[in-house]
Design a protein around this ligand. Sequence first.
Ligand code: 3HC
Ligand code: NAI
Length: 648
Amino acid sequence: MTLLTCRIDEGIACVTLDNPPVNALSAAVRRALWDMAETLDADPDVRAVVLTCAGRTFIAGADVREFGQPPVEPHLPDVVARLEGAAKPWVAAIHGAALGGGLEVAMGCRFRVAAPTARVGLPEVSLGIVPGASGTVRTPRLVGMAAAVDLVTSGRHWPAAKALEAGLLDAVLEGDLTEAAMGFARRALEEDLPDPVSARPLSPMPEEFWTEARKMAARAGHAAPLAALDCLRCASEAPFAEAMAKERETFLTLRPSPEAQALRHVFFAERAAPRPAALKDVAPRALQRVGVIGGGTMGAGIAAACREAGLEVVLIERDDAALVRGLAAVEAIFDGAMARGKLSQADRAARSDGLSGSTGYDRLAEADLVIEAVFEDAAVKRAVFAELGRHCRADAVLATNTSYLDPRSLTEGVPHPERMLGLHFFSPAHVMKLLEIVPLPETAPEVLATGFALARALGKMPVQAGICEGFIGNRILKRTRAEAEQLVRRGVPLAQVDAAMRAYGFRMGPFEAQDLGGLDIAFLQREGARADGQDVPETLGDLLVRAGRKGQKTGGGWYDYAEGDRRPQVSPTVEALLAPHVAAADPLPPEAIAAALVGAMAAEGQALLAEGIAQAPADIDLVKIHGYGFPRWKGGPMFAAALEMPSI
Ligand code: 3HC
Ligand code: NAI
């Protein structure tokens, strides 16, 4: 296939790159760009060059699939320099996204123009690396250091309007982008050309600027943003060539690092998850109207998420008072989004317009999908599904959000079992990205595909799970908590366990997290199992709940909390309660604590794979990252275990 095509129109060459799916800068593309610059420089008919891309986007960056291999010439910084040094000025015409190396190529061009819907960014830090082809050196020369620090260390994309205002773009052009860019090039030739970006001045910044910037960059928890900051600083304090050399060296050092490998693993896992290969040729059922049963914590969040995706929602509650509460909870989520500037007044009103409620099931006759989120009580849920069986269309997908119950027993006897599905959302459901999708044995492929289509519409990260108590995530959570208690029993202070997991990258340790969520839910579940005659050994958490310590909501759980203060304080009461069950103090290095807990997660993950509950190690990693706060830059427990990182 021809990667680059060129047509010349009245002295302006229009070069189009076509390297599906995202025009990544493979070695062949780099070579083709280099050769094209040579050819056009030598062509007397050409006065300027417009670079456009075919397909959904401008160049999305370096080809991440090549990152595991030795670099091949021509290297990208040289290609960017070649375009900048071309005898004929190049104009980058950006549609879709110009990211990473794609933006660097654009910065090598003399001008950058974009469609109004375009985005630009340097997302390298989210892959554990720094820009490797002048992103840290050219960007501040275009937008100033403060804006460059924001763009490079956050990895965020800027919309075209913001990029124009900042000086990263020269123009945003309406209409046909290629034609508009050709016109732009013609007009540009009528005036003196601006300096190439590398020749533009850049002043050093005061020490306080860097101190503040370091504080912000350190929040990410991994090395790349801080390394990028060092490169940016060098760009403002050293000559261009020296700064380029430092950036390249940093890029090449970070590229094979465990963090970068982990982030690449997550990058590809996240892209594969929403479209499983097994469902490639299966068309999902259409989704327009959704019923949500139960307007409590989960139901309200699920309803809000569905409205955000433009689906009409009918919320069903058991009585008028609960319905008023449930609808108010959904409206409060809309209000919150508006207060944070994420929703305009008009869009806020539209969200409400598509939401209605009822205490009866008649309104569900038109629903394409119904998600049950009532109390975690099998009898209540069974009664709900019996009603759904009577009122819903035969082809409506019926889903349960149960955390632990067996979906088969909840839906038994309801006609058309092929339409049943588990859809396990995480709290708060309008925020958390993870969605476990649980097919029943009878679930039809198109119903399973509908679950994945819903996830895509909602912007969630779907992972298929088999049926077992707790599915993938909560089963691993249970094992992790047991391991954490085991460490406490052998004498490791619980505050040390939490501190070690924070040092590993979690926002909270396992005991702090239980205090936040409440110890009583898991306790009640264990008590239920005991009442059913199962042999469930007494946990340390049970001792606390029996003593009235259910977490922050009761003023204390594993820790004490002062009134109105969420900071955990080591609790003498808990120490006394646990004393008979805990060995003499036996501190463990933080790395060994993290190794024990991450090892427990990976071991449970292996068991889930062996049982066929989880389909792939990467799925387990996504569950832990998107549902349980596992640090992305460690890649998830399965990746971390496989890599045998020193810390686990
Ligand atoms: N390299 C290789 N493959 C890539 C890629 C890249 N940079 N970016 C995307 N892809 C692949 C995906 O894996 C996916 O492959 P698949 O179809 O086989 O699953 C396919 O392209 C489509 O990707 P998406 O599903 O993400 O498509 P979207 O349309 O939703 O999004 C996008 C398009 C916004 C461009 C998004 O793909 C994206 O953000 N890509 C990553 C961009 C990035 O991180 N660039 C920086 C790379 S590092 C770099 O440039 C270093 C330089 O400084 C030297
Ligand atoms: P909740 O107690 O906050 O809400 C349950 C709601 O269901 C209440 O508003 C109640 O009035 C309503 N309800 C009860 N019986 C009903 C009936 N027959 N018809 C209509 N409405 C009825 O409970 P929560 O936390 O929202 O949990 C709901 C489900 O989601 C449970 O199965 C739970 O296991 C699951 N879940 C909970 C998570 C959490 O973190 N809270 C996370 C993931 C799943």
